[in-house]
Design a protein. Structure first.
Length: 85
C-alpha cells in the first residue's frame, strides 16, 4: 500500500485493512449499525429534505448579519422566517 493512503490524516496500514476485512467477513449486526446515529440528527418524526437556495450577495449578507446577531445558523433563520409566514 502506498505510504500516502490515510484516513483523516492517519496512515492506513496493511494490518488495519486485514482487520477491517476480517470484521466484514464475520458479518455486521444491522440493528446495531442502524443505531449508530450517523449523519445529522433528525428534526422530527418525518424525513427532511435538503433544498438549494440562490441568494444575491445582499440577501446573503442580510441573512448572515441576522444569523450572527441572533446567534443562529442560516438554516434556523430561514426556517423561522418561513414559519412566521
Amino acid at each position: 500500500m502506498a505510504e500516502r493512503e490515510t484516513i483523516n490524516g492517519t496512515p492506513v496500514t496493511e494490518e488495519q485493512i486485514a482487520a477491517w476485512a476480517d470484521e466484514a467477513e464475520a458479518g455486521y449486526d444491522v440493528e446495531v449499525l442502524k443505531k449508530r446515529g450517523r449523519g445529522r440528527p433528525g428534526r422530527g418524526a418525518e424525513p427532511t429534505q435538503v433544498v438549494a437556495l440562490r441568494l444575491t450577495a445582499d440577501e446573503l449578507a442580510a441573512l448572515d448579519a441576522r444569523s450572527e446577531r441572533e446567534g443562529k445558523s442560516r438554516s434556523e433563520v430561514i426556517r423561522e422566517a418561513l414559519a412566521s409566514g
